[in-house]
Design a protein around this ligand. Structure first.
Ligand SMILES: Nc1ncnc2c1ncn2[C@@H]1O[C@H](COP(=O)(O)OP(=O)(O)O)[C@@H](O)[C@H]1O
Ligand SMILES: CC(=O)N[C@@H](CCC(=O)OP(=O)(O)O)C(=O)O
Length: 285
């Protein structure tokens, strides 16, 4: 595969979704791809999810999992489990998988060194604000620690948990955390890996993928989107609107999807570009 010279030294924020993570073989090829990006001269930063893993532990503990507009309703008890699973387990597993290739990955939580500061946010359901507890929206990023790690040639692996100015710990949707980091780091690309081929035009009735769309086109579609796709596409839109030149949603179930997604011109999946970028081509692939 050709390595475009224009990507050398550029930061790529990769969000690895919890649903794409459930297969151990895919976990290994993902780690290998991240290391290959690094070896090719890019600066990958990984933000991981872990929704299904959190739900599984909540279930074992006899606690309910409930979502509003794709966001988990988070009680203080749920928050303990979220932190335990994301920072204590999922992040550790990813760091381990990457470090099987060398001393690259360093794990941190958005709480560490005030990397991510969040404020409590509601979920918007049918135009109404619904209280969903300790769910945060990132309002400030201190990218200092991540920047130093990148300078040292490390691969940061970040858990989507944030500190609030009020001293609370907040559960942040991983897509939105990745988006906020991509903006703060001045990343060249946001790549969101999930368990579908991309944004389906008419889900759940058809699996026709929207190949490419502009921020303006996405803005129009956003209110009609459901469940997990809503924060994903909101994250892509926020990133592109705040200066990230390209955001992609790709199928993490395909082996080596990350390398293909980053290094091919017309990568499979859905690509979001700024309004003044190449004209939106909604051709299905
Ligand atoms: N328009 C859509 N296109 C594709 N998937 C959609 C759409 N609307 C909702 N979904 C759902 O969103 C899911 C992906 O989000 P989510 O389960 O949160 O994944 P992840 O763990 O990768 O964040 C898909 O598996 C699908 O069920
Ligand atoms: C507020 C909120 O919903 N937080 C998510 C954080 C993990 C996540 O986003 O994981 P995926 O990317 O695998 O969905 C949750 O509790 O499930």
């Amino acid at each position: 595969m050709p390595w475009p010279a224009k990507l050398l030294g550029r930061t790529v924020v990769v969000k690895f979704g919890g649903n794409a993570m459930v297969d151990p073989a895919l976990h290994r090829t993902f780690a290998q791809d991240v290391v290959e990006l690094w070896q090719a001269g890019l600066r990958p930063v990984v933000v991981h999810g872990g929704g299904p893993q959190i739900s599984a532990l909540l279930d074992r503990l006899g606690l309910e999992s409930r979502f509003e507009a794709g966001l988990r309703v988070t009680t203080p008890e749920t928050m303990d489990v979220v932190r335990m699973v994301l920072t204590g387990r999922v992040q550790r597993e990813l760091v381990g998988a990457i470090n099987a290739h060398g001393p690259f990955a360093v794990g941190l939580s958005g709480e560490d060194a005030h990397t991510m500061t969040a404020v409590r946010r509601p979920a918007w359901v049918e135009g109404r604000a619904v209280d969903i507890g300790l769910v945060g929206d990132v309002v400030a990023v201190d990218a200092g620690v991540i920047g130093s790690l990148l300078e040292q040639g490390r691969i940061p692996v970040v858990s989507p948990v944030a500190r609030g100015e009020d001293g609370q710990v907040y559960n942040v949707n991983a897509d939105l955390a990745a988006s906020a980091l991509a903006v703060a780091l001045g990343a060249d690309r946001l790549v969101v890996m999930t368990d579908v081929e991309g944004l389906y035009a008419d889900w759940p009735h058809s699996t026709e993928v929207i190949g490419r769309l502009t921020a303006g086109e996405l803005d129009v579609l956003l209110p009609g989107l459901a469940s997990g796709m809503l924060p994903k596409m909101e994250g892509c839109l926020r990133a592109v609107r705040a200066g990230v030149p390209k955001a992609q949603v790709i199928d993490g179930r395909t082996p080596h999807a990350l390398l293909r997604g980053v290094f091919t011109e017309n990568a499979p999946g859905t690509t979001v570009v700024p309004d003044d970028g190449p004209a939106g081509d909604r051709t299905a692939r």
